[in-house]
Design a protein around this ligand. Structure first.
Ligand SMILES: Cc1cc2nc3c(=O)[nH]c(=O)nc-3n(C[C@H](O)[C@H](O)[C@H](O)COP(=O)(O)OP(=O)(O)OC[C@H]3O[C@@H](n4cnc5c(N)ncnc54)[C@H](O)[C@@H]3O)c2cc1C
Length: 305
């Protein structure tokens, strides 16, 4: 649980970009909430040899130190993914997979850039013809039809719940559903057909999706396959707010102050583009943290909880 209803700076992401942003915003006396999980940072499994002054250290150790450092400067950490952000006058309302809702004067996207494709046969060929990476964007095309959602985390769980209101039937395929407990429970009682402990191996169809084959040999007939890997699609959250992406729709666009086109929204790290390197993530996190804290200060008095 977050300790307050409203924060100066809410940061999505507990990797190097988010943690560095938290340190710089915290040192400027901003109230800071970090959302996400250090274990899900790309750095967690890395071994670092090319960062200034540190040349033999595990990513896990760096994240442990960075987390303690951010807390020391006053940041709170809530290990939950964000599933919704809505503008509320000149601040934002952020909701998490665990059902928490907080207000934020400024937001920093520091969500990294994880692979979001399955890499299975049929996926590329049938993209836009039944295969989609965005329930919120394409779900309504499948009204009354049978669909399958693939993924283990909040994006898949939330996507399945959304599709239950639109589609004829919803199949959720996952190794193990790892979303927050309340979100998982909602999915289990939602009526979605859950296939746990299996993977999608092939997506079938000539002109359009006709079905999927699972790793246990079963086939499911569906017209839509939504690939929702990882936490709630960050680009989806950004697009819903009107945040501009690059021309390939892969990364969030910022200026040198790490500001997006929306006042009060910043981005830093891998989500802003290549090179995917910690040094870049940390530098951008520093700039975003200072900028977001200064922006929040100008909105003094707007936090009414
Ligand atoms: C195996 C490997 C080796 C690497 N080796 C090196 C190296 O030697 N040198 C180097 O400089 N870089 C290396 N990197 C790259 C480096 O780890 C990344 O550049 C860096 O971690 C990016 O930081 P970030 O903060 O932008 O994102 P990440 O560290 O990936 O953090 C993303 C964070 O966002 C959170 N998140 C995602 N979605 C949501 C959501 N909806 N709500 C809330 N939170 C969310 C996640 O939980 C996570 O905490 C390596 C990466 C890998 C995978």
């Amino acid at each position: 649980m977050a300790s307050r209803d409203c924060y100066d700076v809410v940061i999505l992401g507990v990797g190097p970009a988010g943690l560095q942003a938290a340190v710089h915003a915290g040192r400027r006396k901003a109230s800071v909430l970090l959302l996400g999980s250090a274990r899900k940072s790309s750095l967690f499994t890395a071994h670092i040899e090319n960062y200034f002054s540190l040349f033999n250290i595990s990513g896990e150790e760096m994240l442990k130190r960075g987390t303690a450092q951010a807390r020391q400067f006053g940041a709170e950490i809530l290990e939950e993914s964000v599933i919704g952000i809505a503008p509320a006058e000149d601040i934002f309302k952020v909701t998490t997979e665990g059902g928490s809702a907080v207000a934020a004067k400024s937001i920093i996207f520091a969500t990294g850039s994880k692979r979001n494709t399955l890499g299975v046969k049929g996926e590329k060929d049938l993209l836009g013809r039944g295969v989609s990476y965005c329930v919120d964007c394409d779900g309504h095309f499948f009204r009354g039809q049978d669909v399958c959602v693939v993924g283990n985390e909040s994006a898949a769980a939330d996507g399945a719940l959304t599709l239950m209101k639109i589609a004829g039937s919803v199949h959720l395929v996952c190794d193990r559903l790892e979303a927050a407990e309340n979100l998982r429970e909602e999915v289990y009682i939602s009526g979605a057909v859950i296939h746990e402990g299996v993977r999608v191996e092939t997506i079938h169809g000539d002109e359009a999706v006709e079905g999927v084959s699972l790793s246990d040999g079963r086939q499911i007939e569906v017209q839509g396959v939504f690939i929702e890997l990882g936490a709630k699609g960050v680009l989806e959250l950004a697009l819903n707010l009107g945040v501009a992406l690059d021309s390939e729709m892969k990364y969030i666009q910022t200026n040198k102050q790490q500001e997006t086109n929306i006042a009060g929204i910043y981005a830093a790290g891998d989500i802003c583009g290549m090179p995917w390197q910690m040094a870049k993530a940390v530098g951008e996190g520093c700039v975003a943290g200072m900028g977001a804290a200064a922006y929040a200060k100008k909105l003094k008095g707007r936090c009414r909880g």
